[in-house]
Ligand binder design. Structure first.
Ligand SMILES: NC(=O)c1ccc[n+]([C@@H]2O[C@H](COP(=O)([O-])OP(=O)(O)OC[C@H]3O[C@@H](n4cnc5c(N)ncnc54)[C@H](OP(=O)(O)O)[C@@H]3O)[C@@H](O)[C@H]2O)c1
Length: 264
């Protein structure tokens, strides 16, 4: 029987790619501020629990993928308490780590510095306590055409603006279409637990800006390297949250795209 998948945040960058790729499922998805006219799309504000309840009732999903941006822990607890007999996939982040060490495995100890990271850790803890059948995906930057980080670089360089970017902050981003394949693959293979998702190439925001400039033939000289140590909010910067992807590579059967191969 075809399984029903409900993608929360289906109008977002990752969510919309996932909606497009979820061919083997009966797919339902939600949007918040961007109106989407589709019979399988539902308007959802996660602050409104009745709104969520009604979508659950209408769609009776076997799988929920949480791709929404949402930070209210009390509301999230209520949402989780409504979930029964569902595989729950949660998009977490490398921001759960303080970045003092780098190359974090799934066993690394979270110690988030930012509100975003603190909320991701709180949500992970709620899921681990309340659910049995879950997948927590701790992802590095998710990149691809149209996403905000590269769009900002392209816009600035096209406008001849100088761009200052850290050259001492390390990440190993993943290509959005690879991440979508991974999510579907983990669901299909009934994976349970925590998994890191990232790519093989380690970048800094400075080297990333140069990769984007290269892919668009834009002027790299406008990109200026700076240190996060000179940044006034440097206590909020996790210098190196690169993720160890050994576990990921043991469960996938395709080659991850290198970020310098992405057509931004
Ligand atoms: N992008 C990254 O580099 C990255 C890295 C690691 C983890 N993640 C996590 O992966 C997930 C997807 O990221 P993304 O970059 O695809 O995010 P995004 O493009 O910003 O999309 C966020 C989604 O959340 C929805 N949303 C916002 N407020 C909501 C609310 N109150 N109730 C219900 N839905 C709401 C948005 O709907 P509308 O657009 O319709 O308003 C949109 O569909 C997020 O949880 C993010 O934290 C992202």
């Amino acid at each position: 029987m075809t399984k029903r998948i409900l993608i929360l945040g289906g109008s977002g960058f990752l969510g919309s790619e996932l909606v497009r790729a979820s061919k083997g499922f009966e797919t339902y998805f939600t949007y918040n501020s961007s109106l989407i006219k589709n019979r399988n799309a539902f308007s959802l504000d996660l602050n409104n629990i009745d709104n969520f309840k009604s979508i659950l009732k209408k769609t009776t999903p076997n799988i929920i993928v949480f791709c929404a941006r949402f930070e209210d822990s009390e509301k999230f607890k209520q949402i989780i308490s409504l979930i029964k007999n569902v595989k729950f996939v949660f998009m977490s982040s490398d921001a759960v780590f303080d970045g003092k060490k780098g190359n974090y495995s799934e066993k690394g100890t979270p110690n988030p510095l930012t509100t975003y990271g603190i909320k991701k850790k709180e949500f992970e803890d709620i899921i681990k306590k309340e659910l049995d059948d879950y997948i927590i995906i701790r992802s590095s930057y998710i990149l691809g055409k149209g996403e905000k980080r590269s769009a900002e670089i392209i816009h600035a360089l096209k406008s001849n603006e100088k761009l200052r970017r850290f050259n001492d902050m390390y990440r190993n981003p993943i290509y959005v279409k690879d991440l979508v394949k991974i999510i579907l693959n983990l669901i299909e293979n009934n994976f349970r637990g925590i998994i890191n998702t990232g790519g093989e190439v380690i970048i800094t925001p400075f080297s990333f800006a140069k990769i984007v400039a290269n892919s668009k033939n834009l002027d790299k000289k406008l990109i200026i390297p700076v240190s996060y140590r000179d940044f006034e909010n440097k206590s909020l910067i996790s210098p190196d949250t690169t993720l160890d992807i050994t576990k990921l590579k043991s469960v996938i059967n395709f080659k991850l795209k290198r970020i310098d191969e992405i057509n931004f």
